[in-house]
Design a protein around this ligand. Structure first.
Ligand SMILES: [Zn+2]
Ligand SMILES: [Zn+2]
Length: 342
């Protein structure tokens, strides 16, 4: 079968000669409908975070059940499913609470399919346990694939701050890319807060307005923080969601977050922040770096998508175009999410 493989040393090639896996035990073989292309892939390819492991890329996967191992119950050939991305041990307390993204054994297990283990940029994908599948019912797997990361990650980040996202508060979204553009829609649907979106490109700011941002600020402007504070007034933002995570965006977040607010850094931009107890960060601020989301939150995300409340802007490409898509991504030329279709 065909697959997009990472070979270490920044090398990605589409191969033709992989054997179609046969599921055993609780394993499930999926016929892939779509595999989302995520910025994290570039951290693997260009940044080398998965070392020299050789594996099939793709951690945003959806498709149809093709075959099941002998102990799998509840799934049959043809069922449309999403693959939950962070694969935990399935037994520890966080895993039992469905939060496999915070599995106690993550340091031993790695991060899951497409992030060190075989992922879904292929004709077929072997999922190690039926536990990791979530039914999508009438949703199209091609459109649904990115939900498993590009929607789940912002959903989980927003949900942890939901009690602060009241209608008289402001939330600042930094970065209107693959995750940020979904975050704006989720905020619009599940919170009452007024949304201020920041990005460095004008057409993304325009896009943010169409999706529900009440205000936009170009974060390239040297007075971006002042512009945001002028909109909000003296109390500052209750929640800041940074989908970039660069030093400059983290700094912007620290300038606009208010007392007892949340500064949530989702993007893996490699930025840093030097904490000082008297360096101007308002009292009571919670700074956090959430990772992905839980399995039950993915079910909730699917609920939002099935009701038509969130929509991921996708661009479709053939599996063979993987390298072309990564190049476009490096140049910031993908609007929304690219999905590879085998
Ligand atoms: Zn991702
Ligand atoms: Zn676990």
């Amino acid at each position: 079968m065909k697959a997009v493989r990472y070979f270490g040393h920044k090398e990605v090639r589409v191969v033709n000669d992989l054997e179609k896996p046969v599921p055993k035990g609780d394993e499930v073989l999926l016929k892939i409908g779509g595999a989302g292309v995520c910025h994290s892939d570039l951290h693997i390819i260009d940044g080398g975070i998965a070392g020299d492991a050789v594996f099939t890329l793709g951690h945003e996967n959806a498709g149809w059940v093709e075959a099941v191992g002998e102990t799998v119950k509840g799934y049959k050939k043809g069922d449309a499913v999403l693959v939950y991305g962070p694969w935990g041990c399935g037994h520890c307390k966080p895993c039992q609470q469905s939060k496999e993204n915070y599995c106690d054994h993550q340091s031993e297990l790695g991060y899951g399919g497409g992030l060190g283990l075989n992922g879904g940029m292929a004709e077929y994908m072997l999922v190690p346990s039926s536990r990791l599948l979530v039914p999508i019912y009438d949703l199209d797997p091609v459109v649904a694939a990115p939900l498993t990361d590009a929607a789940l990650t912002p959903y989980s980040a927003i949900k942890r701050s939901l009690t602060k996202l009241m209608p008289d508060e402001y939330v600042v979204v930094i970065g209107v890319g693959g995750l940020g553009h979904v975050a704006i829609q989720i905020l619009r649907e599940i919170s009452g807060s007024e949304i201020i979106a920041c990005d460095v490109t004008e057409d993304k700011l325009e896009f943010a307005k169409e999706l529900g941002a009440a205000h936009t600020v170009n974060s390239k402007d040297s007075d971006a923080a002042e512009q945001i504070l002028k909109i909000i007034g003296i109390k500052k933002a209750k929640v800041v969601l940074d989908f970039v995570g660069a030093t400059s965006t983290i700094e912007l977040g620290t300038k606009v977050v208010g007392m007892d607010g949340d500064l949530t850094i989702v993007g893996l931009g490699g930025g840093y922040y030097q904490y000082g107890s008297m360096n101007g960060l308002p009292f009571g601020v919670t700074m956090t770096n959430p990772y992905w989301g839980s399995r039950t939150e993915l079910m909730e995300v699917i609920g939002l998508a099935r009701q038509g409340k969130i929509h991921i802007e996708i661009e479709k490409f053939d599996l063979e175009q993987a390298n072309e898509v990564y190049d476009k991504m490096r140049q910031g030329k993908i609007k929304g999410r690219a999905v590879l279709i085998p």
